[in-house]
Design a protein around this ligand. Structure first.
Ligand code: MN
Length: 226
């Protein structure tokens, strides 16, 4: 019993319980999700000050502006993402901002923890990209090559294949307006607010650092979700 209690302190439930389904089905008014780790947990890859601002200010602002833009409407987050054409741009931008950041936080794990890809996802990555390193290289290229603010994704496309895609601003692959649609299983925020305090203009170093704190177990869970 005592051991179980200690274990529950060491294993943040929010991380293992995160599902795309839960993110999609949350209803307005939306709330800022708590982080499963202290904001210093990803040092030195992501510094505490960046995490504090990014989660507490930037993400909070997406949530607040989304609620404000929706007014009295009570759609689910997925309903909004699937119908951004029917809403003002403020809804598209802030709904994307809320979904993308909610997803992003769950992908991070302290560097001292080792997490593994599922056999299925690892073998699909190797089949698709040649090797895990080749996949990382292609992902890094997309991340550094993306002009301006946006996100780089690993998605399961509608035909089940794995693809690396990018979206501008706070768009994402679940949106009706996405040119490459699919289910995100990994995503990286390459807005300057995500790295500038620590890395200034060195986006490539931030992207390389990201691999040290990716929770591959969570990525695999997202991949296996139906
Ligand atoms: Mn961000």
């Amino acid at each position: 019993m005592w051991k179980l209690f200690v274990l529950s302190l060491l294993t943040p439930l929010a991380v293992s319980a995160a599902t795309i389904k839960d993110m999609n089905s949350q209803k307005a008014p939306f709330k800022l999700p708590p982080l499963a780790y202290p904001t210093s947990a990803f040092e030195p890859v992501i510094d505490k000050a960046t995490m504090d601002l990014h989660h507490g200010k930037h993400h909070q602002a997406y949530v607040d502006k989304l609620n404000e833009a929706l007014g009295s409407a009570k759609p689910t987050l997925l309903e909004v993402l699937r119908a951004t054409k029917n809403y003002p741009d403020a809804v598209r931008n802030n709904a994307g901002g809320h979904w993308n950041h909610s997803f992003f936080w769950t992908l991070l794990v302290p560097e001292t923890k080792t997490t593994k890809l599922s056999k299925k996802l690892e073998s699909d990555i190797v089949k698709t990209f040649g090797s895990l390193d080749e996949f990382k290289g292609q992902f890094e290229q997309k991340a550094t090559g993306l002009f301006g603010s946006g996100w780089v994704w690993l998605i399961r496309a509608e035909d089940g294949s794995l693809k690396i895609t990018t979206t501008a601003n706070q768009d994402n692959p679940l949106m009706d307006i996405a040119t490459e649609k699919g289910r995100p299983i990994l995503g990286l925020d390459v807005w300057e607010h995500a790295y500038y305090l620590n890395y200034q203009n060195r986006r490539a170093d931030y992207v390389k650092g990201f691999w040290k704190i990716v929770n591959w177990e969570q990525v695999s869970k997202y991949d296996s979700e139906k």
